[in-house]
Ligand binder design. Structure first.
Ligand code: AMP
Ligand code: MG
Length: 480
């Protein structure tokens, strides 16, 4: 049988099973994965389906019934072999050659309506050769948290994976960081790719330059097509360098998106860094309540390696480690000089995004306003998310004429200075620009933010009375 035949489900009446799955990664051969089966679960209750993504896959949500989701993503036995991907990674700075998909696998790859290839990847679907002593499961709370993170980040304009479905699977799990026993789930993630920095690091570890080159070609073909003006055929060396440069730019832009969103990923190990520069894998993440560079999200991040303010330097370090894996194929010195521009790429993306959250465009007094905004948010500890929410909700064109109309976020002296400067910037724009300021504020500042107490409160209602309404409401609110 050809890979296409094995991977394409026969003409199933289930639209999710009859999607045109493409065995893109599978066709590279089994050096990159192990074939695995999904676990059998005592129960399958659909708790979340993402209809926005169905449309992206060209499916009409009305034609896809809940039972279809359960059949496709809750009953994983016997559908077809799935691929547990092999990878290593630097975890908290230490190389770990004992990683790999331990509780998930590549379910399938499929084209979106935009013509791009997407991965459907599971989390919590059972044990694999990489589970070590762990159970291969995902807690229901972990599933709920990942659905919420992805939707909130998507609303904030972050380039992120999202969750297509979450099925509660009826097992009791034991976890040190949740009151146990706790409920179980299988989540299906929709992302650009599950190829990680760590996928390449593993190939270097085994000194398989041939496999690095093959995978790199695959990644470039699918995820790094040349930009349209590039008409001349690139040499292989140029292609590889352009790839690394674009990856560095994408990662710098991603960190800027997290920072502007006030998001702390929590575990930026190299196995959690996608080779496409997309954000994914939301474990102990948190949105910062107040501006604090030292804020950490993971309780086990004792030294603040992955603190909010450290994210750009850590991602830069991860890109540097990736150079080691790529250096047999791409000249190290050239990668180094590309990486040297990381901070510059990051700063300019960050500045642009923060100005948008302030309703403005870069230029003029932007630099000064951004600096002062961060300074007062840090000094007065006004809520980071609430500040942008209030700015967007209360904005009036009259602020341009009278600073007294600008809300006093805290009756502290620094805010007086901030109000005057913000008014000054508004005055430097034509009056007709105020409508654009208002629409930018609305676009870049969601009306609901995903702080931890909001997640906990949703979870408590699920635990106390199996009431899922607050969860659905929160997902809805996040999109506003
Ligand atoms: P994460 O912290 O979720 O990024 O996972 C790090 C590594 O541990 C990955 O290789 C996971 O597949 C593995 N892992 C995490 N939790 C489990 C689990 N409950 N069972 C098996 N493997 C796991
Ligand atoms: Mg991970």
């Amino acid at each position: 049988m050809t890979p296409t035949e094995t991977n394409n489900k026969h003409n199933s009446p289930n639209p999710l099973l009859s999607l045109d799955y493409e065995p893109a990664l599978e066709s590279l051969g089994d050096d990159y994965y192990d074939e695995v089966a999904g676990a059998e679960f005592p129960q399958d209750i659909l708790r979340w389906r993402n209809d926005d993504l169905l449309s992206q896959l060209g499916l009409d949500p009305k034609q896809v019934r809940d039972e279809h989701f359960i059949e496709a993503f809750g009953k994983l036995q016997g559908v077809r072999p799935f691929l547990a991907l092999r990878y290593h990674g630097y975890q908290f700075g230490t190389y770990n050659p004992q990683l790999g998909d331990g509780r998930g696998f590549l379910y399938g790859q499929v084209r979106g309506m935009d013509g791009e290839l997407y991965d459907l990847g599971t989390k919590g679907s059972g044990r694999t050769p990489y589970s070590r002593s762990a159970d291969g499961r995902l807690t229901l709370k972990g599933g709920v948290r990942e659905v919420l993170a992805a939707e909130a980040l998507h609303r904030l304009g972050v380039c992120t994976s999202r969750c297509l479905s979450m099925v509660e699977t009826g097992e009791q799990l034991w976890r040190g960081d949740e009151p146990s026993p706790t409920r179980s789930s299988v989540m299906v993630r929709f992302s650009r790719s599950h190829i990680r920095f760590g996928t390449f690091e593993r190939l270097r570890y085994f000194e398989r330059t041939d496999l690095i080159e093959k995978l790199l070609d695959h990644v470039i073909d699918i995820y790094y097509p040349p930009h349209p003006p590039l008409v001349i055929k690139e040499s292989a060396a140029d292609r590889y360098l352009r790839f690394y440069e674009e990856l560095v730019q994408r990662v710098a832009a991603l960190v800027a998106q997290w920072m502007a969103a006030g998001f702390c990923h929590g575990v930026l190990n190299t196995d959690n860094m996608s080779i496409t520069g997309e954000s994914f894998d939301y474990g102990p993440y948190a949105f910062i309540p107040h501006y604090n560079p030292n804020f950490t999200a993971a309780y086990f991040d004792y030294y603040g390696r992955y603190s909010y303010g450290n994210q750009s330097q850590i991602c830069k370090w991860n890109l540097e480690m990736l150079q080691v894996a790529l250096s047999k194929v791409i000249p190290a010195a050239e990668m180094d000089s590309i990486l040297a521009r990381f901070d510059e790429y990051y700063q300019s993306s960050y500045r642009e995004l923060m100005m948008k959250r302030l309703g403005l465009e870069s230029g003029g007094k932007a630099e000064e306003l951004l600096k002062l905004t961060i300074e007062v948010l840090k000094d007065t500890q006004v809520g980071y998310q609430q500040f942008f929410m209030a700015l967007s909700e209360e904005f009036e064109p009259s602020w341009r004429d009278d600073a007294e109309h600008i809300p006093n976020f805290a009756s502290a002296i620094p805010w007086e200075k901030w109000r005057r400067l913000y008014q000054g910037v508004l005055q430097s724009l034509p009056a007709a620009e105020m409508d654009n300021v208002a629409s930018r504020l609305e676009k870049y500042n969601p009306k609901t933010v995903l702080l931890r107490p909001a997640i906990e409160s949703v979870w408590e209602q699920i635990v106390a009375s199996d009431n899922w309404q607050p969860f659905y409401q929160l997902v809805q609110d996040i999109k506003e």
